[in-house]
Design a protein around this ligand. Structure first.
Ligand SMILES: Cc1cc2nc3c(=O)[nH]c(=O)nc-3n(C[C@H](O)[C@H](O)[C@H](O)COP(=O)(O)O)c2cc1C
Length: 347
């Protein structure tokens, strides 16, 4: 028994070397509409170790439409990178995974067993499979077999609702199917994104399996990550919304874990430089400034949360449609901050 666990762990270390136990990798959480190529690279530059694409439906892979092509597009500098797939049909998922591997050669396939969205759940995808363990096992097993020796990981929630929390059991089932690592978002499907992530259940999952478990949910500061690591024994951490507000979170966590000291927050000027770069890259990618800037409004709202006077910024971002407007907002904001600093003594 012990020999077989050791054997399995050494297989995982070979397949997912960033989870070999010597490091504590930080994952950028997959986020539909957010973790596109541009944002993933901005996070990678600021310390994210492992990236995952936005979720892609198995059916979308068969259609190979423009949107799926975009979801699957990544640059070599983003490795290690996983493509996340969702779907409730084992044979389709296996075939889609095989196509993805032939098409873009990711470092791993990640299976989405956590999405709470009605449209996905209605088709027996995402978190619906937490209620249907035989199908969940069939999907995982089929994909593992289809892409072997490429590793397959899974992302789950802790259960369907508070009366059916079953993440430790689901994790054991996934381990049996040959899944190489599991990310656990500490909320039920019923919670959506409200309430708090339950890290006790994440700890129970760590105890239930010998696979690496990546903890996810409400990690917003370096201290949060250190505390949850200590509490649960997770092998890595996954960060979503905090990175949307401030991609510096990854280097801040790394510095804190290595030294026990907190880095000072980035200067406003650095934040603006990153925002402007993000927008410029998106405009180049879209080839249409107006469309790109409109699509970035929600992203700008998220970035604004890291600034002092975020309310005024949000009002302006609501209507933004050009890079020139962005520059104007940035210059006005930086000038107003300089005025405040001139008035308020900094001793
Ligand atoms: C806008 C948005 C889109 C998301 N899309 C996905 C997705 O495509 N796949 C997935 O597994 N999780 C998705 N999630 C969930 C996140 O990966 C993560 O589990 C959740 O946000 C909790 O982590 P956090 O508290 O660090 O944000 C999404 C979350 C958000 C906010």
């Amino acid at each position: 028994m012990l020999a077989s666990i050791a054997n399995r762990q050494s297989q995982i270390a070979n397949a997912l070397p960033w989870l070999d136990g010597s490091a504590f990798p930080l994952y950028l959480a997959p986020m539909a509409g957010v973790s596109d190529k541009i944002f993933r690279q901005l996070c990678k530059e600021r310390g994210a170790d492992v990236l995952v694409t936005e979720f892609v439906s198995a059916e979308g892979v068969f259609r190979r439409n423009e949107r799926t092509r975009e979801y699957l597009d990544f640059d070599q500098c983003e490795r290690p990178l996983g493509v996340q797939l969702f779907g409730g049909d084992a044979a389709h998922m296996a075939e889609a995974a095989r196509h993805v591997v032939d098409w873009v050669a990711p470092d791993f396939i990640d299976l989405n067993f956590g999405c709470p969205v009605n449209k996905v759940v209605a088709k027996n995808g995402g978190s619906a499979l937490l209620k249907d363990c035989p199908t969940l096992a069939a999907v995982a097993e089929a994909v593992v077999r289809a892409v072997a020796p490429l590793p397959v990981t899974a992302k789950i929630r802790i259960g369907w609702d508070s009366d059916s929390i079953n993440a430790p059991r689901v994790a054991r089932i996934l381990e049996e199917t040959g899944i190489a690592a599991i990310a656990v978002h500490g909320r039920t499907r019923a919670q959506g994104y409200s309430g708090e992530a339950d890290w006790n259940v994440i700890g129970d999952v760590v105890a239930a399996v010998s696979l690496p478990v990546i903890g996810n949910g409400d990690l917003t500061t370096p201290r949060d990550v250190a505390r949850r690591r200590e509490q649960t024994g997770i092998a890595g951490a996954m960060i979503g919304r905090a990175a949307m507000n401030s991609p510096w979170i990854f280097e801040q966590v790394k510095h804190y874990l290595a030294t026990g000291e907190e880095l000072p927050p980035p200067q406003d000027e650095s934040r603006w430089n990153l925002i402007r770069r993000h927008c410029r890259l998106a405009v180049e990618e879209w080839g249409c400034e107006d469309k790109a800037m409109r699509s970035l409004r929600a992203r700008l709202m998220a970035y604004s949360k890291a600034f002092r006077d975020s309310k005024q910024l949000r009002e302006r971002f609501q209507h933004i449609s050009s890079l020139a407007e962005l520059d104007d907002i940035a210059i006005t904001h930086l000038a107003s901050c300089a005025d405040v600093e001139a008035v308020v003594p900094t001793a």
